[in-house]
Ligand binder design. Structure first.
Ligand code: ZN
Length: 248
């Protein structure tokens, strides 16, 4: 693995082309805004790609040189080719790549493929949200207080059709009374997946310093281990008993 964590931010980049409010809040787009604050970290090198790029932004030479893939999509989930979804899935479970799903990526094809679930949820009008820290000792919660306020965010509410998280990180509480598992972590084969809920395209949530800290912490947490062996397709056929190691 390279010295820096190689982050690729995959963005569908559709709201930016049709809704000037998005680029007013995030000049250059959500992808550029998030990569900018990630690149403030000395050990992160973040680049962005887009759905309309060749190979939908993720040819093998990009995907296979990505340590952590961040995904933001909403309008165009259905346009992502199934072949790409399979390559992302294998890169996570076999290659150990981390996958960070932001906000509406709960309905993205890679998220659903990796978790084996629909990602369906309840949603409603934008409102105030208090995000509660459910796991203070977790590395992704470093520097995050017991709770913090987001002034305006889209309502995402339970029931959220995801598998029981391996590690529950955050719980969102909304002024209308709904709650939501706003941060969750999964171990999948050689890799990991983290979901973080804040980040509707017309809200300022990615400006929030705690949301930025969560994303930075998640990137560090999701970076692959330095494997001492090759994780590959299929299973390894054992030809000799391992106990022979003791008899040498
Ligand atoms: Zn949204």
């Amino acid at each position: 693995m390279a010295d820096k964590i190689r982050v690729t931010f995959w963005h569908e980049c559709r709201h930016e082309k049709t809704n000037p409010k998005v680029t007013e809040i995030y000049p250059g787009g959500i992808h550029a805004f998030i990569c900018n604050f990630l690149n403030e970290e000395v050990d992160i090198e973040a680049k962005f790609v887009a759905l309309d790029d060749p190979d939908q932004g993720l040819p093998d030479q990009v995907l296979n040189n990505t340590d952590v893939l961040i995904w933001w999509g909403h309008l165009a989930h259905g346009e992502v080719q199934d072949e790409l979804v399979e390559r992302v899935f294998r890169r996570v479970v076999n290659g150990g790549m981390g996958f960070l799903a932001l906000h509406s990526a709960h309905h993205s094809k890679p998220f659903k493929r990796i978790l084996g679930s629909t990602g369906n949820l309840t949603w409603g009008r934008n409102q105030r949200e208090i995000i509660w820290n459910m796991n203070p000792a977790h590395p992704i919660l470093a520097g995050i207080p017991d709770h913090f306020l987001i002034e305006n965010e889209e309502l995402y509410a339970e029931p959220f059709y995801i598998p029981q998280p391996d590690e529950l990180l955050l719980c969102g509480w909304y002024e209308d009374g709904h709650v939501f598992r706003s941060g969750a972590c999964y171990h999948k084969g050689a890799g990991k997946l983290v979901y973080l809920q804040p980040g509707h395209e017309t809200c300022r949530s990615f400006h929030n310093p705690y949301v930025q800290r969560l994303i930075k912490n998640a990137v560090h947490y999701l970076k692959p281990n330095e494997f001492g062996y090759t994780v590959d397709e299929g299973c390894i056929h054992v030809t000799e008993p391992i106990v022979n190691e003791f008899n040498k």
